[in-house]
Design a protein around this ligand. Sequence first.
Ligand SMILES: *Cc1c(COP(=O)(O)O)cnc(C)c1O
Length: 338
Amino acid sequence: MGLQIDTGAILANHAALAAKAPGAIAAAVVKADAYGLGAAHVAPALYASGVRQFFVALAREGRAIRPLLPPDAQINILSGHLEGEDLTGLTPVLNSPAQFFRDRAMRPGQPFAIQLDSGMNRLGMEASEWAAIRSEAMAARPAFIMSHLACADEPDHPANAAQLAAFRAMTDGCDVPRSLAATGGILLGPEYHFDMVRPGVGLYGGMPFAGARPVVQLSLRVIQTRAVASGEMVGYGATWHAARDSRIATVDAGYADGILRALSSSGVQLYAGDRGCPVVGRVSMDLITVDVTDLDTVPDRLDLICPAQPIDRLADLAGTIGYEILTSLGARYPRTWR
Ligand SMILES: *Cc1c(COP(=O)(O)O)cnc(C)c1O
C-alpha cells in the first residue's frame, strides 16, 4: 500500500500555471501539509525550482517548513497574527484592523501583508475598515495586498467581476504588489493576475486546472481473496449481495486512511492496470472489499487513484471536491516520491 507522489508533475504544474500568468510572480500554496501530500517534501522541491513565495494557513504550518527553506523564501500566514503567536521568520497576512495594530505593536519593522475582503466575507478587512487604516498601513509598507475569489472555478459567475472591481477600488493607487488569483483565478485571465498568483490545488493535479498532470497514485494491498456464492452478503450492514458466484478481494485501507465512507455503493472501482473492479459493500475503517471476479489473476495491489480514476473522479463519486479527497488522504500511508 502506498501513496506515490510525482514531484516532477508538481513542478510541471507550477510551471504551467506560472506560464499562464507571465507578468506575475507565481507563489505556491502548501497549507494543510501541501494538500495532504507532504509540505516538508513539496516546499523544498518548489524552492529548488525557483519558487520564493509560499502560503500556509497557520503559523504552526509555517514554523514547520521555515527550517527547510533558505531565508529568501517568504512564508506567508493566511490566518494572520493571532494573539500569542510566534511569527519569527514568517509573514502574517493581516486580516483585520485588530490584527494590524497587534502586529505593528509586537513586530515593528518585521514583514507583513494585508488581506482585504472583496465580497467573499470570510477573511480580510472590509472596505470601510481598510479606508480607516489605509494610510497608516501603507506607511508601514506591506509586502503585498491580497484578496480571494469565492467563485473562480465558475468562470461565468458574476461574483468574479464584482470581486475584481471591489479589489481594484480598494487597492488602485497603492504602490505595493497585489494578489487576487488562486488556481481558478489564474484561469480567468490576465485582469485577475496582478503581481502575484497563489496556486494551490492545481499544483497537486486537481480541478479547476483541467490541464494538470496527475500527481498522486494510490495503491492498496490485497490482504485476502475469497469465493462468495451467489446470494451471500459482503460487509457491514449487508448492503451488497453477490448476484453470481463471485471472487472478492479485501484490501488494506479504509475511511481511517481518508477513503471516504461516502464512496460506499458509489460506483467507485479499484484498478488492476486499466481494468476496473467495483468496490462492493461498505468502506470500513481499515478495509475495502472489491469484486475481482472478472480478473484472470488478482494482483498484489489494486489502485484507487490512478490515471483511470483521478482525484476529481473520486470526488464526484463521493459528492465532494478534489481538495477534500487530497487533504483526507491520511498520514497512515507510506509515501514514495519520484
Ligand atoms: C487555499 C487558498 C489558495 C489556493 O487555492 P487553490 O484553489 O487551491 O489554488 C489561495 N489563496 C487563499 C487565500 C487560499 O485560502
